[in-house]
Ligand binder design. Structure first.
Ligand code: SF4
Length: 333
């Protein structure tokens, strides 16, 4: 019966595997969500230019973004998740699916198995689904569905993960699936991913953030990270200063403190005014919150977009006052 038989193997992000006690190791920052990736020997059927799992990528098969994801027996992983939730060392489970025919059935059986053992919020990040598939996920107890847009414009979408990239996705289908997800799950239980640094203007990604929020979708912000062997492996990483401005705009819009329409942009599309007073901006910056990883609740994705010891784009924890002072200089100078 589809969605009943548990897949034998699954990938787990290396940080999550350490938190679950599946492997030994030390972490600069512990993930507060367990990150899982459905496993199959072949690569994904899709072909997103930034992803080592992409069909024609020559990137490492055990990587997603710059993180490694070793393979484990699913039974072992599910029981370790149950213990980790009970001890409070994890607050959410996120299942990322490769795109293949049985991926939703595999995800469903994993979700049902976890929920049969422990009560924990589960997110799934997957390709566009139809209404019936989303309803099955809801019945299985999924807490949030994420359908990554990744790109801020239709042109970039087509070039990076759509028709021009040899991918199965279209801009309209992706956005329609987000609308369907909101209808099925409700506002506030649907996420998407937006990657800054794929060639969009700040104005364009801020406008897309506003579109998501108005639809009832929470956009998790990612900073483009070039991965060896991928189609975009030689594409430059976006500037930290620009990312800081986009992070601040993301925070102010998702917190309903400003709107895209109230902001001003330079002729190059750079953020020139957030639509708030300097004091209001300074207060927001000094919380540190705008610069922390954004996504589903408890999703902190440590070092997904940067290496430990390097410049941190998404803080997986509360930034220190020294770090906030540094960020203030990055934004206000
Ligand atoms: S925002 Fe985080 S928890 Fe949510 S689907 Fe994306 S990676 Fe998973």
């Amino acid at each position: 019966m589809p969605g009943e038989s548990l897949p034998e193997k699954i990938r787990v992000s290396v940080g999550s595997a350490i938190v679950l006690g599946l492997i030994n190791g030390t972490l600069d920052a512990e993930p507060t969500t367990v990150y899982l990736l459905t496993y199959r020997p072949e690569k994904c059927a899709a072909n997103c230019g930034f992803c080592p799992q992409a069909r024609s990528s020559e990137g490492r098969a055990d990587m997603l973004s710059r993180v490694t994801w070793p393979i484990f027996l699913t039974e072992q992983v599910v029981s370790s998740i149950s213990s980790a939730v009970k001890t409070g060392s994890t607050r959410r489970v996120c299942i990322q699916t490769l795109n293949y025919p049985a991926c939703i059935d595999d995800a469903l059986s994993i979700i049902k198995k976890i929920r049969s053992l422990v009560d924990v919020p589960i997110s799934i990040s997957c390709q566009p689904l139809d209404q019936q598939q989303m309803e099955r996920l809801c019945e299985a107890g999924v807490n949030r569905v994420s359908i990554p847009l990744d790109a801020a414009t239709k042109e970039i979408f087509n070039r990076v993960k759509g028709r021009l990239a040899g991918g199965p996705y279209t801009w309209n289908t992706q956005r329609k699936a987000l609308k369907t997800a909101v209808q099925v799950l409700g506002r506030g239980r649907v996420s998407t991913h937006l990657i800054a640094g794929l060639g969009e203007r700040e104005q364009e990604i801020v406008q897309m953030i506003q579109w998501c929020v108005d639809l009832g979708v929470y956009p998790g912000l990612f900073s483009f990270t070039p991965i060896p062997g991928t189609a975009l492996g030689n594409h430059p990483k976006g500037s930290l200063q620009s990312y800081r401005r986009v992070q601040l705009a993301h925070y102010l819009i998702t917190q309903r403190k400003t709107r895209f329409e109230d902001m001003k942009f330079s002729s190059e599309g750079l953020i020139a005014d957030f639509g708030l007073s300097e004091d209001e901006i300074r207060i927001a910056i000094e919380t540190g919150s705008p610069f922390m990883t954004s996504g589903c609740p408890s999703c902190n994705r440590p070092f997904y977009n940067e290496r430990p010891g390097g410049a941190i784009y998404n803080y997986p924890r509360q930034p220190s006052s020294d770090e906030i002072a540094e960020i203030e200089k990055q934004i206000l100078t």
